[in-house]
Design a protein around this ligand. Structure first.
Ligand code: NAD
Ligand code: ZN
Length: 241
């Protein structure tokens, strides 16, 4: 595996919530996937927000508070180092926690947005499409747009919403690679998961890094069973000359 990585001109890594598990960020489908009595998948939807914006905002306020106390772990650190050292490297993440950014990752494609950005629900033309607000706790819940006063929403992609077409297009371009690593993702959320078969179709060697087999495990060229925060540093050590 390390030999293949060392020989690869273009490496693309797709990450999911499992990469942040060791930092203390709860995954959606693992233990801790519940908030109060709600499943995360039921709150992270446009319908839930229309029905009860306060409840959805309370959920996001709780996630922001959880994540604000979390630091990047060795998995984020190795990927950030690769992003600075390997010329043909792209990191595509489904995570919204900001930990890849905190580790200093370059060439990061955020498929699902960020917990640290907000957007105006009225599509406020006066404001940028999304603005950063890192305050924890937020001074008002639900927060409003600083320009027009309409309800603000988290600038994350909810279940059932389309991805930013430019980000998705860049991620699809990155599937033209020699090695694709899928780390810490259950590979059930589309279209993120489709990047894996797309890379395989284009001839990439595909590798999974996950303590449990993902939905795509059977279609991978190699499966490394274990936590990303151990496997990535191990690969990194073997890559070092
Ligand atoms: P998921 O919760 O569906 O799956 C997490 C995966 O990580 C599982 O396959 C699990 O076996 C694996 N895992 C657990 N511990 C691990 C470890 N130490 N190392 C490697 N793998 C480990 O997550 P997903 O596939 O990212 O999909 C969930 C969706 O929810 C995404 O769309 C994402 O945007 C969102 N989400 C994001 C965060 C975050 O930003 N950290 C957290 C929860 C959910
Ligand atoms: Zn507005």
């Amino acid at each position: 595996m390390a030999r293949r990585l060392a020989a690869a001109q273009r490496v693309t890594v797709v990450t999911g919530a499992g990469v942040s598990a060791a930092s203390g960020v709860p995954t959606f489908r693992g233990a801790g996937g519940l908030w109060r009595e709600h499943r995360a998948e039921e709150l992270a939807t446009p319908e839930a927000f229309r029905r009860n914006p306060c409840l959805v905002w309370e959920f996001y306020a709780w996630r922001r508070e959880r994540v604000a106390g979390c630091r990047p772990n060795p998995a984020h650190e190795v990927l950030a180092r690769w992003s600075r050292r390997l010329p043909g490297f792209t990191l595509v993440t489904q995570n919204v926690d900001g930990l890849h950014e905190a580790a200093g990752t370059r060439e990061l494609l955020r498929l699902h947005g960020s917990l640290w950005q907000l957007r105006c629900t009225a599509g406020c033309p006066a404001s940028p499409a999304a603005w950063e607000d890192r305050r924890v706790p937020l001074p008002e819940l639900p927060p409003s747009c600083p320009h027009c006063g309409a309800l603000a929403r988290p600038a994350v992609v909810w279940f059932g919403e389309p991805l930013d077409p430019a980000v998705l297009a860049a991620a699809v371009r990155a599937t033209a690679c020699d090695v694709l690593l899928a780390a810490g993702t259950s590979a059930v959320v589309w279209p993120a998961a489709s990047l894996i078969p797309e890379a395989a179709r284009r001839g990439a060697f595909t590798v999974e890094l996950n303590p449990e087999p993902s939905a795509m495990a059977g279609a991978m060229d190699a499966v490394l069973a274990g936590p990303a925060e151990e496997l990535l540093p191990e690969l990194d050590r073997r890559l070092a000359p």
